[in-house]
Design a protein around this ligand. Structure first.
Ligand SMILES: *[C@@H]1O[C@H](CO)[C@@H](O)[C@H](O)[C@H]1NC(C)=O
Ligand SMILES: *[C@@H]1O[C@H](CO)[C@@H](O)[C@H](O)[C@H]1NC(C)=O
Ligand SMILES: *[C@@H]1O[C@H](CO)[C@@H](O)[C@H](O)[C@H]1NC(C)=O
Length: 473
């Protein structure tokens, strides 16, 4: 049932060079210019007068010392699920006029980068950023590089206006990248949006999301993900609807019950939660405690990696499982006929992972590869990387203040999106309803911190059709 997609996925995970099939269904090229529809017609309508009156009043209040009502807002970005849950990307726009790009949404790192037109390696068949077409582009001419679990990217830092889901940050620092590891970017993806904290930004600068959250632009200081599952869908296409990313609110249509928030350790870096318990087939397994329980909650990683002892304990509960060999070293095989039920708690409820997500791929008549693998992280990196294998099973919320991660059960509406073949969404930049000032950020550790787990692997493509509503700011 899942052999072809699964095998492709598995191969991509370990040998990223192996990809590069042509798009089966070419669409318009990503990254074309966005035509802005100006909302002001030659003759003022009542709506125009209303907007004028509001601006006039706020300007006067500001001039004479009153505080204008703060504009708080919320936005939604539709996600694409690439190559049967290998990666999840969204869309944003850079520059003046804004040009849209598909970017991996990665809560496991903190830098925004896109390939630029000078990129020669690792950038074939993707839309590239052309700085010469943006009137607001500024080259900071500082070198940038970052290393992920699945590759690296390097280029130089720049500033420009960045828009996403109706939000705009002028002068956002990002990297225009001209070297990308083979296989890190898969058409139509042009780069990556880091959604973790500034403290681990390789650039040292404030991430897009953090500028918005800290400026009070959001109705609520949260961003949230609902991620779809296609790993066990028959005939999954290279791109499928991937779910929903929201900024400034949680969409109560997508979850049921309460969101259980757990605080991240002081001084946020990655989105870290301690993993407090795990069951496999209903039996508790021994997992490390203390700082060895720290888990990065990472939308940019496909699977779940953890300490060797814990991974061994998981597979000890699965009769017929064995350590993988060759390319599968660090992974385990187990009988495909076994439905493996893992559940994980981070201090609150125990969240089940579906057997479909546990079953990464079939490698022989009877044996499958499990989605939990051995990972030896170094230094101050968290011991566990909890990626999409887990996150497809919950509604996940990343809260700025107090810094915490919340999970809730997916609603029937959200679950109904799993495995339903449909066109992947087009770019949803949205009309701009709020903007914020990019934080100062400081020089920080350029070329320093190297968040280890970036996006994973995927394929082929759909494109970005682009339309942005009126920009009134
Ligand atoms: C920015 O400047 C650096 C060094 O001066 C240069 O190598 C790079 O190509 C420039 N980037 C862009 C996007 O213009
Ligand atoms: C895929 O897995 C989910 C979760 O276990 C299940 O509800 C669904 O029926 C499965 N789909 C197929 C096509 O087997
Ligand atoms: C919330 O999600 C539902 C289901 O996808 C969608 O129809 C609705 O428009 C969303 N609400 C907002 C405010 O985005």
């Amino acid at each position: 049932m899942m052999s072809s997609t699964g095998l492709l996925l598995a191969a991509l995970l370990l040998t990223p060079q192996a990809i590069a099939a042509p798009s089966p269904n070419p669409r318009p090229t990503a990254g074309q210019s966005i035509t802005l529809n100006r909302r002001l017609p030659p003759v003022r309508t009542a709506e125009d007068w209303g907007a004028w009156a509001k601006t006039e009043r706020e300007a006067l209040m500001s001039k004479y010392g009153a505080t204008p009502p703060q504009k708080r807002s919320q936005g939604t970005n539709l996600i694409t699920n690439q190559n049967a849950d290998s990666s999840f990307y969204g869309s944003l726009a850079i520059g003046t006029p804004p040009v849209s790009f598909d970017v991996i949404l990665d809560t496991g790192s903190s830098d925004l980068w896109v390939a630029d037109t000078s990129c020669q390696t690792g950038c074939s068949r993707i839309a590239a950023f052309d700085s010469t077409t943006s009137s607001t582009f500024q080259n900071l001419s500082q070198p940038f590089s970052i290393t992920y679990g699945s590759g690296a990217a390097a280029g130089s830092l720049a500033q420009d206006d960045v828009q996403m889901a109706g939000f705009s940050v002028p002068n956002q620092v990002f990297a225009a990248v001209n070297q990308v590891s083979s296989g890190l970017l898969n058409s139509p993806v042009s780069g990556l949006l880091g959604l973790a904290w500034q403290s681990i930004a390789a650039s040292g600068h404030t991430p897009f999301w953090q500028t918005l959250a800290s400026s009070g632009a959001w109705t609520e200081p949260v961003m949230a993900f609902q991620l779809t599952r296609f790993i066990n869908a028959t005939n999954a296409q290279p791109t499928e609807p991937g779910g929903t990313f929201t900024m400034g609110f949680t969409n109560s249509s997508l979850y049921t019950g309460n969101i259980d928030y757990q605080n991240v350790p002081s001084t946020p870096t990655y989105w870290i939660l301690p993993m407090t318990s795990m069951t496999v087939q209903g039996n508790a397994v021994t997992i490390p405690t203390g700082s060895a329980s720290y888990s990065a909650i990472d939308t940019g990683t496909t699977l779940v990696g953890g300490p060797t002892s814990a991974i061994q304990a998981i597979y000890a509960q699965i009769p017929g499982s064995q350590p993988g060999t060759g390319n599968w070293e660090g992974y385990y095989t187990y009988p495909c006929s076994t439905e493996v039920n893992v559940a994980i708690s981070f201090g609150g409820p125990s969240w089940p992972v579906s057997p479909a997500d546990f079953q990464l791929t079939q490698i022989s008549n009877s044996q499958c590869i499990g989605a939990f693998f051995e990972l030896n992280t170094g230094g101050s990196a968290p011991s566990w990387i909890v990626g999409d294998t887990f996150l497809k099973n919950v509604y996940s919320v990343f809260r700025y203040s107090p810094p915490s991660v919340g999970f809730a059960a997916l609603s029937p509406t959200a679950l109904a999106m799993n495995g339903v073949n449909a066109p992947a969404p087009t770019a949803t930049i949205g009309s701009i309803s709020a903007s914020a000032t990019a934080g100062a950020g400081g020089p920080g550790s350029i070329n320093g911190a190297s968040p280890m787990w970036g996006s994973s692997i995927g394929a082929i493509g759909v494109a970005v059709a682009v339309s942005v509503g009126a920009v009134l700011l």
